[in-house]
Design a protein around this ligand. Sequence first.
Ligand SMILES: [Zn+2]
Length: 444
Amino acid sequence: MRVTAGFSRLLVLDGVWVRAVRFERRRVVVEVALRRRRLRCPECGFSTPHRHNVREVQSDWRHLDLGAWRLEIRARLRRLVCPEHGVRTEGVPFARPGSDFTRDFEQLVAWLATKMDKSAIERLLRINWRTVGRIIQRVSADELDPRRLEDLFDISIDEVSWRAQHRYLTLVGDHRRRQIVWGCEGSGKDAADRFFAELDPPAASELPEPAEPGEEQAFTAQPKPTVGERASKLEAISMDMGPGYAKSAREHAPQAVICIDTYHVIALANKALDEVRRAYWNELRQIGETDAAKEFKQARWSLLKNPEDLTDRQAQTLAALQADGGSVARAYTLKEALRAILAPGLSPADVAALLTRFCSRASRSRLQPFVKLSRTIRKHRQGILAGIRLKVNNARHEALNNKARLVTRRAYGFHTAQAALALIMLSCGPITLMLPHEEIHLHV
Ligand SMILES: [Zn+2]
């Protein structure tokens, strides 16, 4: 077998034949030519038999490594005039427009990005993290299920912090399919408004026509706010206790029941406990009990972890604190009581009764953070109970949310929110990534 024929079989690249193979220092360059005669616009697929001029553009793509060899594909491409996109270099079937990598290579990068950390990928594939970010954006845009915003009934809207403090990504999850289906940079009402705008994009016929200069508007009636078709199908929207998402939801999907995700409530209880703990610690330091203060600082995890996850040592620390019976012990008991009330399994009626009892206990606790917590819970009682009644905030939803948070932390190194969102979609969204060997059928 000739070397060109051998490489043609090895590479399994769509729509090309191998012209020549050159071994250079540490890399193999495979020169290919397109089989098709017609030229195709890389953006829209417009095809034409006519080339723009005789000039050819040399293009290179990195392909999957061949053992320790770096493999590059090279082709001389023609140029065409697309009626929509102007003069363009023709597209190739084996690579995405604008990419220096073949689709196979990009698929591998995207798959690894969902499984592996930054330095491992950089070392294995010999590309930097920014390049990974650009690649996964292309793959995610290409592979995201375009029907992901259809048939949404129960959704969650939540924010995750990204990179530096006070930068957020807003993520919309589908409770039924258990996937993240949408995301954008930012948080609060603006972000939710953007989701609803994309959920029901205005049809071209509904867009206001630009007024002719000098022409009088025939009528100036305000368009009355209408609920979009897809938004009108939403039955439940779960969220945190902030005002932003709720306001947007009431505006764009007034029929949907607003539910509070219970893990946000539990997170608030943990925060209240931490405030009590810190106040006690400061007290110890102020009265000069530095050893006790130091020891107590280490008790933080004993207090905040779920009791079933404690190490033996942490469990001992906790037992000692509880025996002491001070403010920290009382705060801990309150936090655990709330967690038990909101754990799955209780009927909505039981939760309602227990929540009432919890709030009166917390408000009489003389622990300021818990008095405040009881007020917050009373204010959002309806939403908390709705979530339990409609079963939208179950353990699986929390697991998806935790996964999204973990992925976001891995995405801190990316320079754009788009890359971070792409990684979240690849890991938690409606995408099934296929690896190169899963997609091809080797004919031997
Ligand atoms: Zn085009």
